[in-house]
Design a protein around this ligand. Structure first.
Ligand code: FMN
Length: 266
């Protein structure tokens, strides 16, 4: 209708008074501009939401309940902080026990309060982090890739056996030689949701840092060696560990029985 009015105004413009003609043209331009703006905004929102398809992990077999965490380790927090070091050499072919693995998983994301609170803090209780365990050599746990479930202190298997190209994706020597590795990933959209749609990606990365420090202190307390590492092939790792597309990978954390260090530190 507006276009029709605009057409008539322009076509019969010569016969119309300027006091009628110009307001009609101006109003038409304003309304059409507003409509175009609305269209662009809505199209943008729609294309963003349709791109953010949430993938879910597909699990294999039964959920595995882990041993309860030991809350009475013999190392004080101060001792663990004093002695904490990045340790990159592990005794070859030495397995970790399921208790040791469980304790590290708990330190990374274990649930410690009925309302959902965890060992690591989270902005607005968003809890956007996930822990994936790659078990190469663990007593009482079949080799494979597992997803840690904080609320049940349990594991769900996502890949049967260790993927053949895990070492290729792990890149660094200590990441390849460790009997277990923990991969910390996070979903930025969960944090944005907690902030009414405003992106707060940095909070997710900060939380990964908290998890990494917990792993260091827990490993130190257990007499194990670890190092947080950002140097690995994140795209390949994500693909072979079947981590959902909406998650970004932050840390790969190998853990093993410490051996005498021979290489240079990074
Ligand atoms: C964000 C981040 C990424 C790191 N990435 C690696 C890595 O890819 N490989 C590695 O060997 N060490 C890595 N490190 C460990 C540092 O090299 C180590 O913390 C530093 O040399 C200090 O030694 P320390 O941890 O024994 O005090 C990383 C540390 C941080 C905080």
């Amino acid at each position: 209708m507006l276009l029709c009015l605009l057409y008539m105004t322009i076509k019969k413009g010569k016969k119309l008074q300027p006091s009628v003609k110009f307001p009609v043209i101006l109003l038409s331009i304003f309304v059409l501009g507003f409509a175009a703006g609305q269209y662009i905004v809505l199209a943008n929102i729609f294309s963003k939401t349709s791109k953010q398809k949430t993938e879910t992990r597909q699990y294999i077999g039964e959920e595995i309940t882990l041993p309860a965490p030991n809350l009475f380790g013999s190392t004080s927090v101060e001792e663990a902080m004093q002695n904490r070091r990045s340790r990159r050499a592990y005794v070859e072919n030495e397995a970790l026990t399921i208790e040791q693995v469980s304790q590290i998983l708990w330190s990374l994301q274990g649930q410690t309060a009925d309302w959902g609170g965890r060992t690591v803090p989270s902005a607005k209780n968003a809890y956007p982090l996930n822990v994936t365990l790659v078990a190469k050599n663990v007593t009482d746990l079949a080799p494979g890739v597992y997803h840690y479930i904080p609320e049940n202190n349990s594991l769900k298997k996502v890949v049967e056996d260790v993927p053949a190209n895990f070492d290729e994706a792990a890149i660094q020597a200590q990441n390849k030689s460790a009997p277990v590795s923990f991969i910390i990933s996070g979903d930025y959209s969960l944090m944005a949701k907690a902030f009414d749609g405003e992106s707060r990606d940095e909070n997710v990365v900060l939380e990964a840092g908290h998890a990494g420090q917990n792993a260091y202190l827990q490993a130190e307390s257990l007499g194990l060696g670890t190092v947080v590492s950002g140097g690995f092939n994140q795209d390949l790792m994500k693909e072979i560990l079947k981590i959902p597309s909406q998650e970004d990978l932050f840390y790969l954390i190998p853990v093993g029985i410490p051996a005498v260090e021979t290489g240079a530190s990074h």
